[in-house]
Design a protein around this ligand. Structure first.
Ligand SMILES: Nc1ncnc2c1ncn2[C@@H]1O[C@H](COP(=O)(O)OP(=O)(O)OP(=O)(O)O)[C@@H](O)[C@H]1O
Ligand SMILES: [Mg+2]
Ligand SMILES: [Mg+2]
Length: 660
């Protein structure tokens, strides 16, 4: 950023130095209308409301810099929004770099023009790019800016980023100063999207909480007012965030009677921080992060600072009170479930993008941690009962977290031990890291096994390829079963033992997924595998561990759109909906091996996209002998039993589809 391009070097006090020389020009305007996404994150509802935020942010910057005490937000019919402040007024004199143009015109029609690059006209501003109001102007069908300065009133109008005329002096303004920006978002950009009164109302109110020194007045057309949105309101919150928190917590009971609230200046005029935190007992909380009054919903470095302060504070308090285990408290233990508001004001903030969703200024972490830490230590130890109550609650969360972690570890350890003993060479195991449920895919054929290996999530998905049709355990003797390597591998990979010794607790995976081709052979193999599970380890089935994958049979393509169909009926449905009236190319997958790893992942393996069929055992099969009897009849040596069964039961079966 060019610092002080037009600096005359004489100005010391901000009030006097704020004129054309404060305004630097870094680049020209144009691409905004063509690429609005880059500046306001899209053209959706959120982006539309971002326009309001940009103009309001500028007024807030003026207030936070100590020049404005009042802001008026007025929503009219026809989607016209007006935001007025009583600040210094955008400079109106001719800009030195643009002869014949008012500085106001330069600001409204030029990207990267602004007074917030050098920190001279503003110390801790939400604005920093010199982009905001020019973007609003570019994306509005009509904009009017009025400036009251030096007892005169000026006005200039714009359409879609271009000035409709020169700036005009339209009268005297003996008792008025400040800037008024009115704009109507362009329907060419936003279609018929309208400002939502409630959203603007809340935005205006939240700004008043963030800066106790400002009064914000809300007005909207009677037709836009409603249950939660009055026609008029005045917001002023001398208590700042503490007021906001009190409103948010309402009547909910919290771990500590007093919330943890406060503010602190940073050393060497680097800015300041304000926070308000409560720990509701029976409900989940929420977090709000702000930098220079700009909401940063994705948090960032100021959030990091607070996390560190709270975590270290509680650990130290634990040590002080002889609670040894407190050293294991994590930030999430303290923060999850809490109602948290944090607002920082810093010089030269860095955000991730123009929409400022996340703060990235590295120094904010340290500044916030140091500032909050002392206050938190006092909050805990000034009232020991209070400190202990909070510590107790947080340690409960911690215990719960550690218990879950330990459970997972034990499971993996059993697995690793098993590995030491012996795991089948064909098994590609998962690492078991992370929180996801682990899955074993039993895959038909080595080539599909290869694709599945590439398609899998290594942390949670293990692959065991099996070759061709496995032994039918229903018609084989125990010795023969034991001697079969394919079956032995499978039993070894599962790790839970068979028949009387089967212990579902020892199963090395959360889910077992049978993945075979969507053809007759595939169905046969799946049947043989199910026979094995039913006969050798029905407990696993009963506990819901066994699943069938659903690889697609068809791929339908028309132009750039492509979809997968599970079966004939699904294919018809897609042809009549997604592809209605289009010429569709239909490809048929002959087997899993025909899909590349990415297709296989998308259609069959990715837990977020696939669907699985869970194999269950109805109640009447509580008894192992009953299951064995059914298996024998269906899969045993005598085909007549099979025939009878089918005759008596055909049509009775449904499949339970689940998103698992
Ligand atoms: N209400 C206002 N009062 C006084 N000056 C203003 C006002 N609104 C805008 N300005 C001036 O116009 C400049 C440009 O505003 P703009 O919103 O385009 O960019 P910015 O606020 O500097 O940065 P950002 O792009 O991050 O918003 C500001 O830096 C400020 O100098
Ligand atoms: Mg701005
Ligand atoms: Mg600008």
């Amino acid at each position: 950023m060019a610092d002080g391009l037009f600096d005359d070097g004489a100005a010391d006090t901000p009030r006097e130095s704020y004129d054309s020389s404060s305004i630097e020009v870094l680049e020209g305007l144009e691409p905004v209308r063509r690429r609005p996404g880059m500046y306001i994150g899209g053209t959706d509802d959120r982006a539309l409301h971002h326009l309001a935020a940009e103009v309001l942010d500028n007024a807030m910057d003026e207030a936070v810099a100590g020049h404005a005490s009042r802001i008026e937000v007025t929503l009219e019919e026809d989607n016209r929004l007006t935001i007025a402040d009583n600040g210094r007024g955008i400079p109106v004199d001719e800009h030195p770099k643009y002869p014949g143009q008012s500085t106001l015109e330069v600001i409204l029609t030029t990207l990267h023009s602004g007074g917030k690059f050098s920190g001279k006209a503003y110390a801790t501003s939400g604005g920093l790019h010199g982009v905001g109001v020019s973007v609003v102007n570019a994306l509005s069908s009509h904009t009017r800016v009025e400036v009251a300065r030096d007892k005169k009133l000026y006005a200039q109008e714009f359409a879609r980023g271009h000035a409709l005329g020169k700036i005009e002096e339209i009268g005297a303004a003996p008792n008025r100063r400040g800037t008024t920006v009115s704009f109507t978002p362009d329907t060419e950009i936003f279609g018929d999207r309208q400002f939502k009164p409630k959203r603007l109302f809340k935005l205006a109110r939240s700004k008043a909480y963030l800066y106790a020194g400002v009064e914000i007045r809300w007005k909207c057309a009677p037709s836009l007012a409603g249950e939660d949105v009055p026609e008029e309101a005045v917001f002023k919150f001398p208590g700042g965030l503490a007021d906001h928190l009190a409103e948010q917590v309402g009547g909910r009971e919290c771990v500590t009677a007093q919330p943890f609230t406060g503010k602190q200046d940073f050393p060497e005029e680097q800015g300041r921080v304000e926070w308000a935190i409560a720990w509701p007992l029976y409900s989940e909380g929420s977090t709000s992060w702000y930098c220079n009054t700009v909401p940063t919903p994705d948090g960032g470095t100021h959030e990091q600072g607070l996390r560190a302060a709270l975590t270290k504070g509680l650990r130290a308090f634990g040590e002080l009170t002889g609670v040894k285990k407190a050293k294991d408290i994590s930030a999430d233990d303290v923060m999850n479930g809490a109602e948290i508001m944090l607002s920082v004001f810093i010089r030269d903030p860095q955000f991730q993008s123009q929409t400022k969703d996340r703060l990235t200024s590295p120094e904010a972490a340290r500044l916030v941690e140091n500032a909050v830490r002392d206050h938190f230590d006092h909050f805990l130890s000034d009232n020991m009962d209070r400190g202990k109550a909070l510590l107790g609650q947080v340690m409960e969360r911690m215990d719960e977290r550690l218990r879950r972690k330990q459970e997972r570890e034990i499971k993996r350890k059993t697995a690793t031990n098993a590995k030491k003993v012996r795991l089948p060479g064909k098994l590609t195991d998962c690492s078991g890291e992370g929180d996801g449920e682990t899955e074993l895919f039993i895959v038909e054929g080595d080539s599909a096994g290869g694709s599945a290996k590439q398609a899998r999530n290594r942390k949670t998905q293990a692959i065991l390829p099996i070759r061709g049709k496995i032994l039918n355990v229903a018609s084989a003797s125990a010795d023969k079963i034991r001697a079969n390597t394919e079956i032995a591998d499978l039993t070894l990979a599962l790790g839970c033992g068979i028949r009387k010794d089967c212990d579902p607790e020892k199963l090395r995976y959360d889910k077992i997924v049978i993945m075979t081709d969507a053809d007759v052979d595939g169905a046969h193999i799946a049947t043989l595998l199910m026979t094995y599970f039913f006969q050798e380890m029905p407990e696993l089935v009963r506990k819901g561990h066994l699943f069938l994958a659903q690889p697609p049979l068809y791929r339908l393509t028309a132009g750039k759109v492509s979809r997968y169909a599970r079966d004939e009926a699904h294919r018809k449905e897609l042809e009549e909906t997604v592809f209605k009236g289009k010429k569709v190319e239909v490809g048929r997958f002959k087997g899993l091996g025909e899909m590349n790893p990415q297709q296989l992942r998308e259609t069959t393996m990715d837990p977020d996209k696939r669907s699985l069929i869970r194999i269950t055992l109805p109640h009447e099969f509580e008894d192992r002998a009953v299951v064995k009897d059914l298996v024998d009849r269906l899969m045993g040596r005598n085909p007549e039993h099979r025939f009878d069964f089918i005759q008596n039961n055909a049509g009775e079966f449904d499949r339970e589809m689940i998103d698992a």
